[in-house]
Design a protein around this ligand. Sequence first.
Ligand SMILES: [Ca+2]
Ligand SMILES: [Ca+2]
Length: 141
Amino acid sequence: MQQSLSRPLNAEDEVDTVVSGDTSNNTFTSDATVSELFVLNGGQDILKLIQNSSGETLVDYVSDFKVTEDKLDLSEFLDSNHVNSSNIQDYLGVSYDADLKTNTVSVRTDLNGNSKDILVLTNQSEYLSVQDLLINQAVMY
Ligand SMILES: [Ca+2]
Ligand SMILES: [Ca+2]
């Protein structure tokens, strides 16, 4: 039997809570103090990520994000006074892990600061670049 090297990340092992949508369009708002797994279950869904007053947020996960259908509302992290379509690549990053099948979204709140991971998209068959997110208008800020 052929052994697969791939070991997709099972986000249920990583989180405190699983939040499930239905097949219609859902809007989810993350709790900054809880690591959550969002299961979108189809439809055109929006996930708004929140940070608490001290700027902390626990990493959340989405098991079935589709860039052509779903949107991430990152307006709490990307200040529209500073961030625009020409410089968003300086503030937003995505890294792909081909073994875990994850795209990890990170943000930088100011250009001198370190970037921090805020969201892990699991079950991702390929790398999703910031450009891919922007072309599909999948990021709100
Ligand atoms: Ca959360
Ligand atoms: Ca849904």
